[in-house]
Design a binder for this molecule. Structure first.
Ligand SMILES: C[S@@+](CC[C@H](N)C(=O)[O-])C[C@H]1O[C@@H](n2cnc3c(N)ncnc32)[C@H](O)[C@@H]1O
Length: 213
């Protein structure tokens, strides 16, 4: 079975023709998810100089991270060009750099020394582009870019019935990523949340996990 091409670059370019297509800024559900991930990092890291954010979109989570880690530089990457342009405009901080591009293809440009990698609701799209061995190697590459004791923090929705993303977010698929992350790093935190989005009233289940390099 080939990867689902419909959920790659063009899909995100189209999504971001509209501003904030997933209500990242206005949704209390999304904001709470960012706060929870940020808290997991704050509780476990003392010095944070460099942050890598996968799938930074329009910079809503980036802003929170820059606020909570005032001495840190942040590198955000997102495949959707319009989203990255909006992130650059709205964040407007010298400490933040945003790359428009595919995180798989551009990994050699990231540099190293990341104390914190935030990988929120993005790993399953990247996994959809890669074979299992390629994903495993990619995860190793990410850990190689981190400082000793650094942290990967991620949130992933579990299943999305009726949506195109459902097959990418089945628990058994996510478990494969967690297995690889746990093999290259050490799992240090795992929490599950079930919450309704006030905009739609729909209930979603998501997990926040953290892995130590
Ligand atoms: C569901 S959004 C999540 C945004 C944000 N991180 C959050 O948690 O709310 C997924 C984001 O990942 C980006 N994305 C998907 N595949 C990517 C890839 N290969 N490289 C970089 N960004 C990617 C999309 O453009 C989109 O902005």
């Amino acid at each position: 079975m080939s990867p689902d091409d419909s959920l790659q670059e063009e899909y995100f370019d189209e999504k971001f023709e509209e501003e904030d297509p997933w209500s990242f800024r206005s949704s209390s559900y999304e904001q709470e998810k960012y706060r929870r991930q940020t808290r997991v990092a704050e509780e476990r890291l003392t010095d944070v100089d460099r942050i890598l954010e996968f799938g930074c979109a329009e910079g809503a989570h980036s802003e929170m991270l820059l606020d909570r880690f005032p001495d840190a530089e942040l590198l955000g990457i997102d495949v959707a060009e319009d989203a990255v342009e909006r992130a650059r405009e709205s964040v407007g901080e010298e400490r933040a750099e945003f790359i428009a591009g595919d995180a798989v293809e551009r990994v050699d440009e990231f540099g190293g020394g990341f104390d914190l990698v935030v990988w929120s609701e993005t790993i399953y799209y990247m996994g959809n582009q890669l074979s299992v061995p390629e994903m495993n190697e990619y995860i190793q590459t990410v850990f190689d870019l981190m400082t000793d004791g650094g942290l990967v923090v991620m949130a992933n929705i579990i299943g999305q019935e009726g949506s195109e993303e459902d097959r990418l977010t089945r628990p058994e698929v996510l478990d494969a990523y967690y297995g690889m992350l746990g093999a290259h790093g050490e799992e240090v935190s795992r929490e599950v949340f079930v919450e309704a989005k006030s905009e739609s009233g729909e209930t979603h289940e998501y997990e926040i996990r953290a892995f130590r390099a």
